[in-house]
Design a protein around this ligand. Structure first.
Ligand SMILES: [Zn+2]
Length: 430
């Protein structure tokens, strides 16, 4: 049901499904829509105040939609308050639910239509990075923001029992971000800086073919760079061992490019964050975060693992919440294979089609560790040459697109000419 004049009725219809007697609104899935983003933001280091205006130019290649979902993590981790929201210049009654902004678009996005959606919000960065406050914080000498641009998404629940990534967002061909700060900061971000003005307080960044845009910043970052193939790796650091981080980033990137095909982005900006007790490593397209104090094998594994995410999750997308095997198990396998550094699971064997919402604290042991060991055994069973050809095919077929766990495994089987018994560990998919 689509109506220009009755968006409230559309919402009412969406609200019909009932669970346990309470009305439950059906989740909105905006994967498949396309958008470019033009963002104007101020981030105040001193007060932690944030103000963001995002102009999303949305195109709908599919059938008509009445509500569009934008993921926005600061709704959960940044005390964000939604301001005015307009569609083609007219104010609409958008709402925030969990980590999602829901924008009623009336009849503006029929099949083949385009619309300009402007979303304003204000927020306050956290003063501590503990819990998951590091996702939107100015703490430990670092300013960091994760998934802070309202982004077309599948609407997903934020809360989950463990460390999983509760996100599924689609690729954008073009993102332009202008950030103004109250003191001069060095930014490690997705994409690259294209201009600076206002005495260095205003900086503009652009990125293309990315499914989110994140950054870390600090007044006292030092940088060191290294170029591998067509990718310039730059490490923005304060306390880490730059040589060790760059050695693993460069070595693993070259290894993955050799096995799978060239790296997807021309830049990889690594941002040092705070201590690992509060700040985990986390991936981003052309960018990732690494704690200041990890060392030895842990540092090597974290750098190689996050570098691997440039291929799987960033370039080849997947539903990170419902099919985490497709990015986490694969990234973990290729990084541990590169380092020849294996772990054993501290949880009983479980199915590998679990989601970030199930199996509690066993989630990383099952999906990452049992997952990478599953792929290791599979490679032994089908042979190394066929295995790598299959993984290369999966990357090439889905580069800057969207894959998934079943498609991954079927592509591997096709390259190896086998019909493997994946159903034993992926009962919902085979
Ligand atoms: Zn990961």
């Amino acid at each position: 049901m689509k109506s220009r004049v009755l968006p409230a009725l559309v919402i009412a219809v969406l609200a019909l499904p009932m669970v346990g007697g309470a009305p439950v609104r059906a989740a909105v899935n905006s994967l498949g829509l396309r958008a470019t983003y033009d963002v104007d933001a101020t981030f105040n280091w001193a007060t932690r105040a944030v103000s963001v205006r995002t102009e999303a130019h949305v195109t709908n290649p599919g059938s008509s939609v009445s509500t569009v979902a934008f993921n926005l993590v600061p709704l959960r981790q940044g005390n964000a308050n939604l301001g005015s929201v307009t569609v083609n210049g007219s104010a609409v009654g958008a709402s925030a639910d969990d980590q999602t902004v829901l924008v009623p678009v009336g009849s503006a996005l029929g099949a083949g239509d385009s619309a300009t959606v402007v979303i304003n919000y204000t927020a306050t960065m956290n003063s501590s990075a503990s819990g998951e406050r590091y996702l939107f914080a100015r703490a430990d000498g670092i300013m960091a923001a994760y998934r802070w641009i309202p982004w077309l998404a599948r609407e997903l629940r934020y809360n989950r029992p463990s460390v999983g990534d509760p996100w599924a967002t689609d690729l954008s061909s073009s993102v332009s971000v202008e950030i103004t700060t109250d003191r001069v900061l060095k930014f490690a971000s997705t994409g690259r800086r294209v201009s600076t003005s206002n005495g260095g307080l205003t900086q503009r960044f652009t990125a293309s073919s990315v499914r989110d845009f994140n950054f870390t910043a600090a007044p006292d970052y030092v940088t060191r760079s290294r170029t591998v193939g067509n990718t310039k790796i730059t490490f923005y650091y304060r306390a880490q061992n730059a040589t060790s981080v760059l050695n693993v980033a460069a070595g693993s990137l070259a290894h993955y490019a050799n096995k799978l095909g060239s790296a997807p982005y021309s830049t990889l900006n690594i941002g040092e964050v705070g201590p690992a007790s509060r700040w985990p490593a986390i991936e981003s397209p052309g960018h990732f975060w690494i704690p200041r104090n990890v060392a030895g094998n842990t540092r090597s594994w974290e750098v190689a693992h996050e570098t691997a995410h440039q291929w799987f999750y960033a370039s080849v997308g997947n539903d990170q919440a419902y099919e985490p095997f497709a990015d986490e198990a694969v990234a973990d396998f290729i990084s541990r294979d590169y380092l020849n550094l294996w772990a054993s699971s501290q949880c009983a064997q479980n199915d590998l089609d679990h989601t970030v919402y199930s199996i509690g604290s066993c989630y990383p042991w099952v999906i990452y560790v049992q997952g990478n060991l599953y792929l290791k055994k599979y490679r032994t069973d089908v042979g190394s040459a066929d295995f790598w050809q299959g993984l290369r095919n999966y990357y090439q077929n889905n580069k800057f697109g969207f894959g998934g766990t079943r498609e991954l495994l079927v592509t591997l089987d096709n390259a190896a000419g086998v019909n493997y018994n994946h159903g034993a560990r992926f009962p919902s998919l085979f």
